[in-house]
Design a protein around this ligand. Structure first.
Ligand code: AMP
Length: 420
Protein backbone atom coordinates (compact mmCIF):
# COMPACT_ATOMS: atom_id res chain seq x y z
CA UNK A 1 0.00 0.00 0.00
CA UNK A 2 1.30 3.45 -0.96
CA UNK A 3 1.82 5.88 1.92
CA UNK A 4 1.14 9.54 1.26
CA UNK A 5 4.25 10.70 3.10
CA UNK A 6 6.44 8.70 0.66
CA UNK A 7 4.61 9.80 -2.47
CA UNK A 8 5.71 12.68 -4.69
CA UNK A 9 2.77 14.46 -6.32
CA UNK A 10 4.96 16.67 -8.56
CA UNK A 11 3.22 17.33 -11.85
CA UNK A 12 0.31 15.03 -10.94
CA UNK A 13 -3.37 15.72 -10.51
CA UNK A 14 -4.79 14.17 -7.35
CA UNK A 15 -8.48 13.64 -6.81
CA UNK A 16 -9.06 13.72 -3.06
CA UNK A 17 -12.20 12.60 -1.21
CA UNK A 18 -12.45 14.81 1.86
CA UNK A 19 -15.16 15.13 4.50
CA UNK A 20 -16.37 18.72 4.31
CA UNK A 21 -19.76 17.76 5.73
CA UNK A 22 -19.64 20.75 8.08
CA UNK A 23 -22.50 22.35 10.04
CA UNK A 24 -23.88 25.56 8.50
CA UNK A 25 -25.82 28.38 10.12
CA UNK A 26 -29.41 28.00 8.90
CA UNK A 27 -29.89 31.65 7.93
CA UNK A 28 -26.43 32.94 6.96
CA UNK A 29 -25.21 29.57 5.59
CA UNK A 30 -21.85 30.29 7.20
CA UNK A 31 -19.71 27.38 8.44
CA UNK A 32 -20.21 27.15 12.22
CA UNK A 33 -17.52 24.52 12.96
CA UNK A 34 -14.55 24.09 10.63
CA UNK A 35 -12.91 21.11 12.39
CA UNK A 36 -13.44 18.86 9.38
CA UNK A 37 -11.99 21.41 6.96
CA UNK A 38 -8.91 21.78 9.15
CA UNK A 39 -8.62 17.98 9.30
CA UNK A 40 -8.04 17.79 5.55
CA UNK A 41 -5.39 20.53 5.36
CA UNK A 42 -2.22 18.43 5.86
CA UNK A 43 -3.12 16.26 2.85
CA UNK A 44 -4.03 19.20 0.59
CA UNK A 45 -0.92 21.13 1.61
CA UNK A 46 1.37 18.14 0.96
CA UNK A 47 -0.01 17.70 -2.57
CA UNK A 48 0.38 21.34 -3.57
CA UNK A 49 3.75 21.68 -1.84
CA UNK A 50 5.02 18.75 -3.91
CA UNK A 51 3.90 20.60 -7.06
CA UNK A 52 0.75 18.62 -7.69
CA UNK A 53 -2.78 19.89 -8.10
CA UNK A 54 -5.76 18.95 -6.02
CA UNK A 55 -9.36 18.18 -7.02
CA UNK A 56 -11.43 18.02 -3.85
CA UNK A 57 -14.73 16.19 -3.62
CA UNK A 58 -17.05 15.93 -0.66
CA UNK A 59 -20.66 15.55 0.35
CA UNK A 60 -22.61 17.91 2.59
CA UNK A 61 -25.80 16.81 4.29
CA UNK A 62 -28.36 14.54 2.73
CA UNK A 63 -29.69 16.30 -0.37
CA UNK A 64 -32.37 14.71 -2.52
CA UNK A 65 -30.88 15.58 -5.89
CA UNK A 66 -29.57 19.12 -6.41
CA UNK A 67 -30.62 21.38 -3.51
CA UNK A 68 -28.82 24.71 -3.16
CA UNK A 69 -29.00 24.69 0.65
CA UNK A 70 -26.58 21.78 0.55
CA UNK A 71 -24.09 23.54 -1.72
CA UNK A 72 -20.42 23.32 -0.74
CA UNK A 73 -19.93 26.99 -1.69
CA UNK A 74 -19.89 28.18 1.98
CA UNK A 75 -16.82 25.97 2.51
CA UNK A 76 -14.82 27.87 -0.10
CA UNK A 77 -13.91 31.04 1.88
CA UNK A 78 -12.99 28.98 4.95
CA UNK A 79 -10.75 26.72 2.90
CA UNK A 80 -9.14 29.71 1.15
CA UNK A 81 -8.45 31.33 4.51
CA UNK A 82 -6.75 28.21 5.89
CA UNK A 83 -4.72 27.57 2.74
CA UNK A 84 -3.89 31.25 2.24
CA UNK A 85 -4.69 31.00 -1.47
CA UNK A 86 -7.50 31.16 -4.00
CA UNK A 87 -9.42 27.91 -4.50
CA UNK A 88 -11.41 27.23 -7.68
CA UNK A 89 -14.99 26.03 -7.50
CA UNK A 90 -16.91 23.89 -9.98
CA UNK A 91 -20.67 24.16 -9.97
CA UNK A 92 -21.16 20.43 -10.42
CA UNK A 93 -19.04 17.27 -10.60
CA UNK A 94 -19.45 15.94 -14.12
CA UNK A 95 -20.51 18.81 -16.44
CA UNK A 96 -18.60 20.02 -19.53
CA UNK A 97 -17.56 23.29 -17.86
CA UNK A 98 -16.18 21.32 -14.89
CA UNK A 99 -14.19 19.04 -17.19
CA UNK A 100 -12.63 22.14 -18.70
CA UNK A 101 -11.69 23.61 -15.31
CA UNK A 102 -10.11 20.26 -14.39
CA UNK A 103 -8.18 20.09 -17.65
CA UNK A 104 -6.82 23.62 -17.12
CA UNK A 105 -5.79 22.99 -13.51
CA UNK A 106 -2.12 23.95 -12.99
CA UNK A 107 0.38 22.51 -10.50
CA UNK A 108 -0.16 24.04 -7.07
CA UNK A 109 -3.84 24.81 -7.75
CA UNK A 110 -6.84 23.52 -5.79
CA UNK A 111 -10.35 22.93 -7.13
CA UNK A 112 -13.42 22.10 -5.06
CA UNK A 113 -16.22 20.23 -6.82
CA UNK A 114 -19.85 20.81 -5.85
CA UNK A 115 -21.57 18.33 -3.48
CA UNK A 116 -21.12 14.78 -4.81
CA UNK A 117 -24.50 13.81 -3.31
CA UNK A 118 -26.29 16.06 -5.79
CA UNK A 119 -25.93 12.86 -7.85
CA UNK A 120 -28.06 10.00 -6.45
CA UNK A 121 -25.55 7.56 -7.97
CA UNK A 122 -22.93 8.70 -5.43
CA UNK A 123 -24.73 6.75 -2.69
CA UNK A 124 -26.50 4.38 -5.04
CA UNK A 125 -29.81 5.20 -3.32
CA UNK A 126 -32.59 5.95 -5.83
CA UNK A 127 -35.01 8.81 -5.16
CA UNK A 128 -38.42 7.17 -5.54
CA UNK A 129 -41.98 8.05 -4.59
CA UNK A 130 -43.38 6.30 -1.49
CA UNK A 131 -45.75 4.45 -3.76
CA UNK A 132 -42.91 2.58 -5.55
CA UNK A 133 -43.25 -1.20 -5.43
CA UNK A 134 -40.48 -3.52 -4.21
CA UNK A 135 -39.80 -4.52 -7.80
CA UNK A 136 -39.51 -0.91 -8.94
CA UNK A 137 -37.13 -0.21 -6.06
CA UNK A 138 -34.96 -3.18 -6.99
CA UNK A 139 -34.82 -2.20 -10.67
CA UNK A 140 -34.00 1.44 -9.85
CA UNK A 141 -31.23 0.35 -7.51
CA UNK A 142 -29.67 -1.95 -10.10
CA UNK A 143 -29.77 0.82 -12.69
CA UNK A 144 -28.20 3.26 -10.26
CA UNK A 145 -25.37 0.82 -9.48
CA UNK A 146 -24.39 0.98 -13.15
CA UNK A 147 -24.54 4.77 -13.05
CA UNK A 148 -22.47 4.73 -9.86
CA UNK A 149 -19.67 2.91 -11.69
CA UNK A 150 -19.92 5.41 -14.56
CA UNK A 151 -19.73 8.35 -12.16
CA UNK A 152 -16.70 6.85 -10.41
CA UNK A 153 -15.00 6.19 -13.74
CA UNK A 154 -15.63 9.73 -15.02
CA UNK A 155 -14.23 11.24 -11.83
CA UNK A 156 -11.20 8.94 -11.95
CA UNK A 157 -10.42 10.28 -15.42
CA UNK A 158 -9.84 13.75 -13.93
CA UNK A 159 -6.72 12.67 -12.09
CA UNK A 160 -3.56 10.57 -11.97
CA UNK A 161 -3.90 9.65 -8.31
CA UNK A 162 -6.75 9.01 -5.84
CA UNK A 163 -6.48 9.94 -2.19
CA UNK A 164 -9.15 9.12 0.38
CA UNK A 165 -9.04 11.33 3.46
CA UNK A 166 -12.73 11.26 4.38
CA UNK A 167 -12.75 9.08 7.48
CA UNK A 168 -16.29 10.17 8.36
CA UNK A 169 -17.66 8.34 5.28
CA UNK A 170 -15.20 5.43 5.21
CA UNK A 171 -18.01 3.08 6.30
CA UNK A 172 -19.95 3.83 3.11
CA UNK A 173 -19.45 2.05 -0.23
CA UNK A 174 -20.11 5.11 -2.36
CA UNK A 175 -18.85 6.18 -5.80
CA UNK A 176 -16.25 8.59 -4.39
CA UNK A 177 -15.26 6.59 -1.29
CA UNK A 178 -14.87 3.06 -2.64
CA UNK A 179 -16.04 2.41 -6.24
CA UNK A 180 -13.59 4.95 -7.70
CA UNK A 181 -10.61 2.95 -6.40
CA UNK A 182 -11.34 0.26 -9.05
CA UNK A 183 -10.13 2.72 -11.68
CA UNK A 184 -6.69 3.38 -10.16
CA UNK A 185 -3.76 0.94 -10.04
CA UNK A 186 -2.38 -0.15 -6.65
CA UNK A 187 0.45 2.41 -6.71
CA UNK A 188 -1.86 5.32 -7.54
CA UNK A 189 -4.29 5.19 -4.61
CA UNK A 190 -3.71 5.88 -0.95
CA UNK A 191 -5.11 7.31 2.28
CA UNK A 192 -4.53 10.91 3.28
CA UNK A 193 -2.95 11.92 6.57
CA UNK A 194 -6.25 12.15 8.44
CA UNK A 195 -7.35 8.58 7.69
CA UNK A 196 -3.84 7.35 8.47
CA UNK A 197 -3.87 8.95 11.90
CA UNK A 198 -7.40 7.70 12.64
CA UNK A 199 -6.36 4.14 11.73
CA UNK A 200 -3.18 4.40 13.76
CA UNK A 201 -5.06 5.58 16.87
CA UNK A 202 -7.74 2.89 16.56
CA UNK A 203 -5.29 0.08 15.79
CA UNK A 204 -3.14 1.11 18.73
CA UNK A 205 -6.13 0.72 21.03
CA UNK A 206 -7.55 -2.43 19.44
CA UNK A 207 -4.42 -4.38 18.63
CA UNK A 208 -1.61 -3.37 20.92
CA UNK A 209 -3.02 -1.63 23.98
CA UNK A 210 -0.76 -1.01 26.92
CA UNK A 211 -2.46 -2.45 29.97
CA UNK A 212 -4.58 -1.87 31.89
CA UNK A 213 -6.93 -1.03 29.01
CA UNK A 214 -10.18 0.65 30.07
CA UNK A 215 -13.16 1.32 27.83
CA UNK A 216 -15.76 3.82 29.02
CA UNK A 217 -19.15 3.43 27.39
CA UNK A 218 -21.97 5.90 27.88
CA UNK A 219 -24.72 7.52 25.89
CA UNK A 220 -28.37 6.80 25.67
CA UNK A 221 -29.00 3.24 24.63
CA UNK A 222 -27.29 -0.08 25.06
CA UNK A 223 -28.86 -1.28 21.80
CA UNK A 224 -26.68 1.14 19.81
CA UNK A 225 -23.52 -0.15 21.43
CA UNK A 226 -24.03 -3.92 21.70
CA UNK A 227 -21.61 -4.86 18.93
CA UNK A 228 -18.99 -2.48 20.25
CA UNK A 229 -19.31 -3.78 23.82
CA UNK A 230 -19.14 -7.38 22.60
CA UNK A 231 -15.99 -6.74 20.63
CA UNK A 232 -14.39 -4.79 23.45
CA UNK A 233 -15.05 -7.59 25.96
CA UNK A 234 -12.36 -9.53 24.06
CA UNK A 235 -9.86 -6.73 24.48
CA UNK A 236 -10.27 -4.69 27.65
CA UNK A 237 -9.31 -5.16 31.29
CA UNK A 238 -11.99 -2.76 32.56
CA UNK A 239 -15.32 -1.83 31.05
CA UNK A 240 -17.01 1.18 32.58
CA UNK A 241 -20.70 1.65 31.84
CA UNK A 242 -22.41 4.99 32.41
CA UNK A 243 -25.10 7.21 30.89
CA UNK A 244 -28.63 6.13 30.02
CA UNK A 245 -27.65 2.56 29.22
CA UNK A 246 -26.82 2.01 32.90
CA UNK A 247 -30.47 1.58 33.82
CA UNK A 248 -31.11 -1.28 31.42
CA UNK A 249 -28.32 -3.21 33.17
CA UNK A 250 -29.61 -2.26 36.62
CA UNK A 251 -33.19 -3.25 35.79
CA UNK A 252 -31.93 -6.53 34.32
CA UNK A 253 -30.29 -7.28 37.68
CA UNK A 254 -33.56 -6.60 39.49
CA UNK A 255 -32.90 -2.99 40.57
CA UNK A 256 -35.46 -0.21 40.78
CA UNK A 257 -34.92 2.38 38.05
CA UNK A 258 -38.06 4.52 38.28
CA UNK A 259 -38.71 6.47 35.08
CA UNK A 260 -35.09 6.19 33.89
CA UNK A 261 -34.36 5.28 30.30
CA UNK A 262 -34.68 1.51 30.09
CA UNK A 263 -34.85 -0.78 27.09
CA UNK A 264 -37.22 -3.44 28.36
CA UNK A 265 -36.57 -5.65 25.34
CA UNK A 266 -32.82 -5.63 25.99
CA UNK A 267 -32.82 -6.96 29.55
CA UNK A 268 -31.70 -10.46 28.52
CA UNK A 269 -29.04 -8.99 26.38
CA UNK A 270 -27.75 -6.88 29.25
CA UNK A 271 -27.55 -9.98 31.49
CA UNK A 272 -25.80 -11.81 28.71
CA UNK A 273 -23.18 -9.05 28.43
CA UNK A 274 -22.66 -9.13 32.20
CA UNK A 275 -22.10 -12.91 32.07
CA UNK A 276 -19.74 -12.62 29.13
CA UNK A 277 -17.70 -10.04 31.01
CA UNK A 278 -17.43 -12.44 33.96
CA UNK A 279 -16.43 -15.34 31.69
CA UNK A 280 -13.74 -13.28 30.05
CA UNK A 281 -12.40 -11.92 33.33
CA UNK A 282 -13.28 -8.32 32.42
CA UNK A 283 -13.82 -6.00 35.36
CA UNK A 284 -17.21 -4.47 34.45
CA UNK A 285 -18.03 -1.38 36.47
CA UNK A 286 -21.54 0.02 36.77
CA UNK A 287 -22.51 3.22 38.59
CA UNK A 288 -23.30 2.88 42.29
CA UNK A 289 -25.24 6.11 42.75
CA UNK A 290 -27.50 8.11 40.48
CA UNK A 291 -28.44 11.78 40.21
CA UNK A 292 -32.19 11.75 39.61
CA UNK A 293 -34.64 14.31 38.26
CA UNK A 294 -38.41 14.56 38.52
CA UNK A 295 -38.57 15.86 34.92
CA UNK A 296 -36.33 15.86 31.84
CA UNK A 297 -35.48 19.57 32.33
CA UNK A 298 -32.48 21.53 33.50
CA UNK A 299 -34.55 23.15 36.26
CA UNK A 300 -36.00 19.84 37.49
CA UNK A 301 -35.93 18.89 41.17
CA UNK A 302 -33.01 16.56 41.80
CA UNK A 303 -32.19 13.84 44.29
CA UNK A 304 -29.42 11.30 44.70
CA UNK A 305 -30.06 7.60 45.31
CA UNK A 306 -28.36 4.25 45.03
CA UNK A 307 -28.36 3.39 41.34
CA UNK A 308 -30.65 0.40 41.95
CA UNK A 309 -33.07 2.38 44.11
CA UNK A 310 -34.27 5.23 41.90
CA UNK A 311 -37.61 6.34 43.41
CA UNK A 312 -40.86 5.79 41.55
CA UNK A 313 -41.53 8.72 39.18
CA UNK A 314 -37.88 9.88 39.08
CA UNK A 315 -35.33 9.38 36.32
CA UNK A 316 -31.55 8.97 36.59
CA UNK A 317 -29.82 11.58 34.44
CA UNK A 318 -26.23 11.54 35.72
CA UNK A 319 -23.76 9.49 37.72
CA UNK A 320 -23.31 10.48 41.37
CA UNK A 321 -20.25 11.49 43.42
CA UNK A 322 -19.41 7.95 44.63
CA UNK A 323 -19.54 6.65 41.09
CA UNK A 324 -17.29 9.44 39.87
CA UNK A 325 -14.69 8.47 42.49
CA UNK A 326 -14.96 4.78 41.67
CA UNK A 327 -14.60 5.36 37.91
CA UNK A 328 -11.84 7.91 38.42
CA UNK A 329 -9.69 5.46 40.39
CA UNK A 330 -9.80 2.95 37.55
CA UNK A 331 -9.19 5.58 34.87
CA UNK A 332 -6.17 6.99 36.70
CA UNK A 333 -4.55 3.54 36.81
CA UNK A 334 -5.16 2.86 33.10
CA UNK A 335 -2.55 2.98 30.36
CA UNK A 336 -5.01 2.83 27.44
CA UNK A 337 -8.42 4.50 27.51
CA UNK A 338 -11.25 4.47 25.01
CA UNK A 339 -14.21 6.76 25.64
CA UNK A 340 -17.49 6.66 23.77
CA UNK A 341 -20.63 8.34 25.05
CA UNK A 342 -21.42 10.78 27.88
CA UNK A 343 -22.05 9.71 31.49
CA UNK A 344 -25.28 11.68 31.73
CA UNK A 345 -27.43 14.27 30.01
CA UNK A 346 -24.45 16.62 29.79
CA UNK A 347 -26.31 19.02 27.49
CA UNK A 348 -28.10 20.18 30.67
CA UNK A 349 -25.72 21.86 33.10
CA UNK A 350 -27.34 20.22 36.10
CA UNK A 351 -26.57 16.74 34.79
CA UNK A 352 -23.15 17.39 33.28
CA UNK A 353 -20.97 16.86 36.38
CA UNK A 354 -20.34 13.15 35.75
CA UNK A 355 -19.33 13.69 32.14
CA UNK A 356 -17.06 16.65 33.04
CA UNK A 357 -15.40 14.66 35.84
CA UNK A 358 -14.76 11.65 33.61
CA UNK A 359 -13.42 13.87 30.79
CA UNK A 360 -11.06 15.52 33.29
CA UNK A 361 -9.92 12.16 34.70
CA UNK A 362 -9.12 10.97 31.16
CA UNK A 363 -7.14 14.16 30.52
CA UNK A 364 -5.23 13.67 33.79
CA UNK A 365 -4.46 10.02 33.03
CA UNK A 366 -3.24 11.12 29.58
CA UNK A 367 -0.98 13.66 31.19
CA UNK A 368 0.45 10.82 33.28
CA UNK A 369 1.29 8.86 30.13
CA UNK A 370 -1.84 6.94 29.15
CA UNK A 371 -3.00 6.82 25.53
CA UNK A 372 -6.59 8.02 25.26
CA UNK A 373 -8.90 7.84 22.28
CA UNK A 374 -12.20 9.70 22.35
CA UNK A 375 -14.75 8.95 19.67
CA UNK A 376 -18.45 9.05 18.92
CA UNK A 377 -20.33 12.29 18.39
CA UNK A 378 -21.38 13.17 21.92
CA UNK A 379 -18.18 12.39 23.79
CA UNK A 380 -16.32 14.46 21.18
CA UNK A 381 -18.82 17.29 21.74
CA UNK A 382 -18.16 16.95 25.49
CA UNK A 383 -14.35 17.18 25.27
CA UNK A 384 -14.73 20.17 22.95
CA UNK A 385 -17.23 21.85 25.27
CA UNK A 386 -14.86 21.52 28.25
CA UNK A 387 -11.78 22.52 26.20
CA UNK A 388 -10.09 19.19 26.80
CA UNK A 389 -9.62 18.12 23.17
CA UNK A 390 -5.88 18.84 23.23
CA UNK A 391 -5.49 17.09 26.59
CA UNK A 392 -6.46 13.66 25.29
CA UNK A 393 -4.29 11.69 22.86
CA UNK A 394 -6.68 11.47 19.93
CA UNK A 395 -10.16 12.74 19.13
CA UNK A 396 -11.75 10.80 16.28
CA UNK A 397 -13.50 12.75 13.52
CA UNK A 398 -15.66 9.84 12.41
CA UNK A 399 -18.69 8.97 14.55
CA UNK A 400 -20.31 6.09 12.69
CA UNK A 401 -17.12 5.06 10.90
CA UNK A 402 -15.19 4.86 14.14
CA UNK A 403 -17.91 2.88 15.83
CA UNK A 404 -18.03 0.34 12.99
CA UNK A 405 -14.25 -0.06 12.90
CA UNK A 406 -14.11 -0.57 16.66
CA UNK A 407 -16.92 -3.12 16.36
CA UNK A 408 -14.54 -5.12 14.18
CA UNK A 409 -16.37 -4.45 10.91
CA UNK A 410 -14.60 -3.93 7.59
CA UNK A 411 -15.13 -0.41 6.25
CA UNK A 412 -15.56 -0.29 2.45
CA UNK A 413 -13.52 2.94 2.12
CA UNK A 414 -10.66 1.35 4.05
CA UNK A 415 -10.63 -2.09 2.46
CA UNK A 416 -10.88 -0.54 -1.02
CA UNK A 417 -7.35 0.77 -0.49
CA UNK A 418 -5.82 -1.42 2.18
CA UNK A 419 -7.26 -4.53 0.70
CA UNK A 420 -8.26 -6.80 3.62
P1 AMP B 1 -25.28 8.35 22.22
O1 AMP B 1 -25.53 9.09 20.96
O2 AMP B 1 -25.87 7.00 22.30
O3 AMP B 1 -23.81 8.37 22.63
O4 AMP B 1 -26.09 9.15 23.34
C1 AMP B 1 -25.81 10.45 23.69
C2 AMP B 1 -26.98 11.00 24.43
O5 AMP B 1 -27.25 10.21 25.57
C3 AMP B 1 -26.78 12.40 24.92
O6 AMP B 1 -27.62 13.25 24.20
C4 AMP B 1 -27.17 12.34 26.37
O7 AMP B 1 -28.00 13.38 26.77
C5 AMP B 1 -27.92 11.03 26.49
N1 AMP B 1 -27.87 10.48 27.84
C6 AMP B 1 -26.79 10.26 28.61
N2 AMP B 1 -27.15 9.81 29.82
C7 AMP B 1 -28.49 9.74 29.84
C8 AMP B 1 -29.45 9.34 30.81
N3 AMP B 1 -29.08 8.93 32.03
N4 AMP B 1 -30.75 9.40 30.48
C9 AMP B 1 -31.13 9.82 29.26
N5 AMP B 1 -30.28 10.20 28.29
C10 AMP B 1 -28.96 10.15 28.57
Amino acid sequence: MKMIQDFNFKGLKAIVRVDFNVPLDKTTLKVTDDTRIRGALPTIKKIIRDGGSCILMSHLGRPQGRQEKYSLKPVLPVLEKHLGMKVKFADDCLGEETKKIVADLKPGEVLLLENVRFYPEEEGKPILPDTATEEEKKAAKAELKIKQKEMAKKLSEYADVYVNDAFGTAHRAHATTAVITDFFPEEKKMFGFLINSELEAMDRVLNKPQRPFTAIMGGAKVSDKIMLIENLLNKVDNLIIGGGMTYTFIRAMGGKTGKSLCEEDKLDLALNLLNKAKEKGVNLLLPVDSVNADRFENDAQTSVSAVDDVPEGWMGLDIGEQTINKFRDVIMKSKTILWNGPMGVFEMEKFSKGTVAIAKAIAEATNKGAFSLVGGGDSVAAVNKYNLADKVSYVSTGGGAMLEYMEGKKLPGITAIRGE
